[in-house]
Design a protein around this ligand. Structure first.
Ligand code: PMP
Length: 427
């Protein structure tokens, strides 16, 4: 039995001692005390099916025994060293991660979060190209640090500070975008920004390969290929933010960018790479890495022995348990069932995604695509009551984000869809 403080006591303490900018899900916030693979438990022992994985972070499953073992063994031996000394864990982890990358993406940097990874990537792009301007997509989320906040393009997350030299291009969103799925029209907007809004040269382009916080928006097919060409011609480098889409989650490919048939110059990662450990990485080519050698680039905790041991265990578990194939199988089943549900519930405007990176956009009017903001909020609470935790996203908070731990099964998918069907039939 749980003997810790109640939800109310924790909330009260959070209000007194933590920043007022924090937000929580659910009117009565959930107090989570334990996690086991795709399940979470609250203080009363109620079990929830976790379809959001701590915001797309718990890739292998909560407290996966092999990852816990790897972390615990390293914790007992040596917790911290930094790269001023030698330690095998960071080198082994880098070797394994590099082996997962295509092309000449062979040089690894470890950091502690996705924001830090994107900060470093932006720094590399600027140093390597000698240019300042960065291009990012509207509806993107790339971080909340003072540099990455400029790349992020959702007003919810943007404080009024100097945003840096960033150009936000039209989002190639097949559902809401003005050009539908026509990648050429969206790509032309990138060329126009470069031609009219910059000196004709840019530092780089960054995009998530399926937008996460923005509501599981998959980019129009063929978009990245066209844009990578345009950006490289303008002297820039191409960055893929794989913080949410990497490690097989999309099912069809190990990396999200592969779904668009491109090879980036820099790839950033976080979240799923650590199954919950504070860990991020940047992988790039030796040519780009060379510009960083002008100075010392140092990160106290980046790739520390415990995170490296855990991260290496994550990569091995994902391979051993064949999670990429599993995501493809369970994901297509889930998407198929959600598309059936769409036939019966007018409120479902769009079902989209790949593998276990799925979005359900709710609208009050299918033709006008009016965001069903209030209805989404009601359904969200109802799903929690039914024991299913999903995420919410999109600028209007009208998209359910289904991105569970990758051990999520077909039965779990069925339970989620049945719960959603029931909840929708009640509003
Ligand atoms: N990139 C993407 C695509 C993300 O979803 C996030 C976090 N939601 C980040 C970067 C920033 O990661 P972190 O919160 O670890 O700084």
């Amino acid at each position: 039995p749980y003997r810790g403080p109640s939800a109310e006591q924790i909330l009260e303490k959070r209000k007194r001692f933590l920043g007022p900018s924090l937000f929580h899900y659910y009117q009565k916030p959930l107090n989570i005390v334990e996690g086991k693979m795709q399940y979470l438990f609250d203080e009363n022992g109620k079990r929830y099916l976790d379809a959001f994985a701590g915001i797309v972070t718990v890739s292998c499953g909560h407290c996966h025994p092999e990852i816990v073992k790897a972390i615990t063994e390293q914790n007992n031996l040596l917790q911290h060293a930094t790269t001023i000394y030698l330690h095998h864990a960071i080198a082994d982890f880098a070797e394994e991660l590099a082996s997962k990358m295509p092309g000449n993406l062979k040089v690894v940097y470890f950091v502690n979060s996705g924001s830090e990874a994107n900060e470093l990537a932006m720094l590399m792009a600027r140093l390597y190209s000698g240019n300042l301007g960065m291009i990012a997509l509207r509806n993107a989320y790339h971080g909340g640090t003072s540099g990455t906040i400029g790349l992020t393009a959702l007003s919810t997350w943007k404080y009024s500070i100097p945003q840096g030299e960033i150009h936000h291009v039209v989002n190639p969103d097949p559902y809401r975008g003005g050009f539908g799925s026509d990648a050429h029209h969206y790509a032309k907007d990138v060329q126009d920004h470069i031609s009219y809004g910059t000196p004709g040269k840019v530092a780089g382009f960054i995009a998530e390969t399926i937008q996460g916080v923005g509501g599981a928006v998959e980019l129009a097919p063929g978009y990245l290929k066209l844009v990578y060409d345009i950006v490289r011609k303008a002297g820039g480098v191409c960055i893929a933010d794989e913080v949410q889409t990497g490690f097989g989650r999309t099912g069809s490919h190990y990396w999200g960018f592969e779904t668009q048939g491109v090879i980036p110059d820099i790839v950033t990662m976080a979240k799923g790479i650590g199954n919950g450990l504070p860990l991020g990485a940047v992988v790039t080519t030796p040519e780009i890495a060379n510009v960083m050698a002008q100075k010392i680039q140092f990160n106290t905790f980046g790739g520390n022995p415990v995170c490296s041991a855990g991260g290496l265990a994550v990569l091995r578990v994902l391979d051993k348990e064949k999670r990429q194939t599993h995501c493809s199988d369970v994901g297509s089943h889930l998407i198929g069932r959600l598309k059936d549900l769409q036939q019966r519930h007018e409120i479902i405007g769009d079902v989209r995604g790949r593998g276990l990176m799925v979005g359900i956009e709710l609208v009050t009017d299918r033709k006008e695509k009016t965001p069903a903001k209030a209805e989404t909020a009601v359904l969200f609470e109802k799903m929690r009551e039914l024991g299913v935790l999903v995420g919410k996203g999109g600028l209007h908070g009208n998209v359910f984000r289904i991105k569970p731990p990758m051990c999520f099964t077909r039965n779990d998918a069925d339970f989620l869809v049945d719960a959603l069907d029931y909840a929708m039939s009640k509003i």
